[in-house]
Design a protein around this ligand. Sequence first.
Ligand code: 13P
Ligand code: SF4
Length: 311
Amino acid sequence: MVTDSMRAEVERLKREKDAVILAHYYVEDDAQDLADFVGDSFYLARKAKELSCATLVFAGVEFMAESAKLLSPEKRVLMPDPTAGCPMAHMVRRSTVEEARERYGEDLAVVCYVNSTTETKALSDVCVTSSNAVRIVGRLPQRNVLFIPDMHLGHYVAEQVPSKNVILNDGFCVTHEAIELVEVQELRAQHPGAVVCAHPECASWVVDEADYVGSTSGIIERVVSGAEEDYVICTVHGVHHEIDLRLAATGQQGRKRYYFPRTTPVCPNMAKVTGGKVLACLRDGTGETDVDERFAAGARRALDRMLELAR
Ligand code: 13P
Ligand code: SF4
């Protein structure tokens, strides 16, 4: 919980250090409550570039802070917990990209989910997030698309853009993959008429069961603006906080109900990011993110192309 004194201290430090706090929907509730902007990974990447402050505190995982630094190299980017990584970001081999380039030549686009390392981004033609992957892949001139690292988002994109030959990699998110179809079906049986909302990082059999597929902000929006009363949510539990705030703000709290799978999806890395750590890193200037300069220019190019093609 954010106390009044904690909030006052954060406000004072933000002014003193010309800092802005960004938070992803998966971090702890009190870290979200201290943030100036809370959003999905695309929204936060765009904000990081647009803002004109000297320091960004990025309450999220490593690839998010690195993307912010790449898009805004003049800013100091601080991570409340620099050990918060994303295992999927490392699930791709350089040889996979090299072999595909060798095989398909000019008619290949390497499309990289932002949940990736700076080195992987630098090997790619364009980055995407879950909110813009379908649109961006559809706009690429090449017919062949190597989608890295996430096989499930890649599979979803392949289904949505059948004109492309999408080549899949074998990366995945442990937390989303653990959501089981049987759990979703049980919830549907218990709550007939519920709208099943899934993040495209879920396995394809869960995505196929969903009525709505979208990014974290897409799922939140679907619940808040939907006419239905019951929702099954197949993504990390952290989104509950924004849903609760927005249901309360729109007078819908008593009317709508939502349910997560029985084994509540928690991202252990996002869960490391607490309000206390946000305050500490702002105060002490710890957790500064640096990107590997050998890969920075290439990675920045792929991120900038995403911003261009997502328009
Ligand atoms: P969003 O882009 O939907 O916020 O997702 C980020 C993420 O890491 C999902 O696991
Ligand atoms: Fe990475 Fe999965 Fe956590 Fe998202 S939920 S940050 S993909 S480990």
